[in-house]
Design a protein around this ligand. Structure first.
Ligand SMILES: NC(=O)c1ccc[n+]([C@@H]2O[C@H](COP(=O)([O-])OP(=O)(O)OC[C@H]3O[C@@H](n4cnc5c(N)ncnc54)[C@H](OP(=O)(O)O)[C@@H]3O)[C@@H](O)[C@H]2O)c1
Length: 309
């Protein structure tokens, strides 16, 4: 296969922004004090995880309300303003609890202001539509995004949970390139290999950001526990392959699982979500793990549950 995935920064889409090959995500971030939160962000940045991904609604799943994760990250930045210069700050808008999606101009403009205030920053480096709103015409969404960009409130723009066709529809109305596509993607969830999203990234040069790259922690479970679960056969098969590849290298399973994503030619940036500094460090070791071509396909076949033709 190619060379060992490099730890060097890489370009985000066709933009002037460069980021580390692994990103850090703040979905599970809300709920601690500022010192603990600051330690996680500093750990990630020190390891070269310079893209920090959050969203307006992060914190809601923990019962802490809209903006809780952004607010805590803003407090970290208030405490240590120098960290802002070391990160590419990404957030998202467009999910409204109870609606559930709103990408109207009024909502996006308000959400952007709210995120800027909570994050204590003048500009959002990457602004993403969190999920597509079927009631928002892509031309109107593009107008709003262009307006926010012209006003200097956002630097670059990306989408999350969009199909390739939805990305295309939005791109058709935008005067600049969409920088990022953020699907769920891991050794367990391989849909973007087949649904056109990674092919589109390869074609247009957008950067794929993989959310839940350890399948939200399922890839971190003990093998025995997974084996004893009803329906756990496919997950167990993936873990067995990852463990085999980890053993021969003296690497951790999570590093191998992330190296599997890093090996794809689209330049996938996995967004790790652990809240434990020691596990964030283990994840960073992925940049030193090289899989052979046949090992990479072993992971794919275990994930499919059947051999490739
Ligand atoms: N766009 C979207 O719709 C969307 C949706 C979901 C997530 N995201 C983004 O993706 C980021 C990552 O998502 P995620 O948190 O589900 O990612 P993940 O890295 O797949 O999972 C992290 C979870 O796995 C657990 N885990 C278990 N064993 C682990 C190990 N050995 N190493 C690391 N973690 C282990 C972590 O627990 P500990 O904390 O105890 O280590 C944590 O709860 C989010 O923060 C967010 O930025 C985006």
């Amino acid at each position: 296969m190619g060379p060992t995935p490099s730890a060097a920064p890489r370009r985000l889409g066709k933009t002037d922004l460069s980021v580390g090959p692994i990103a850090y995500g703040c979905w599970r971030f809300a709920g601690s004090g500022v010192p603990t939160a600051r330690e996680k962000i500093e750990t990630a940045l020190d390891l070269g995880m310079t893209l920090i991904d959050t969203a307006d609604i992060y914190g809601c799943d923990d019962g802490l309300g809209v903006g809780a994760s952004e607010t805590l990250l803003g407090e970290v930045l208030g405490d240590a303003p120098e960290l802002r210069r070391r990160m590419v700050l990404a957030t998202k808008a467009g999910i409204v609890i109870g609606t559930p999606y709103d990408s109207s101009g009024a909502h996006l403009r308000q959400s952007c202001e709210d995120s800027l205030r909570r994050l204590r920053t003048d500009v959002l480096d990457l602004y993403q539509i969190h999920r597509p709103d079927w009631l928002a015409h892509p031309a109107r969404v593009a107008e709003t995004i262009s307006e926010l960009r012209q006003a200097g409130k956002i630097r670059e723009f990306g989408v999350s949970n969009h199909t390739a066709a939805q990305f295309e529809a939005l791109q058709a109305h935008l005067p600049f390139a969409i920088a990022t596509h953020q699907p769920e993607l891991s050794a367990l969830v391989l849909d973007p290999l087949h649904d056109g999203v990674l092919d589109q990234c390869l074609r247009v040069g957008a950067t794929p950001l993989a959310w839940s790259p350890l399948a939200g922690g399922r890839l971190g479970l003990p093998l025995d526990e997974v084996r004893s679960r009803p329906g756990g056969e496919r997950l167990a098969a993936v873990i067995e392959v990852l463990d085999r590849l980890a053993d021969v290298r003296g690497a951790t399973r999570s590093a191998v699982a992330l190296a599997f994503l890093l090996a794809h030619p689209a330049g996938i940036v996995p967004i790790v979500g652990s809240q434990r500094p020691e596990r964030i460090r283990e994840c960073a070791e992925a940049t030193g793990v090289e899989l052979t071509r046949s090992e990479w396909y072993d992971v794919v076949e275990a994930s499919r549950g059947e051999p490739l033709p």
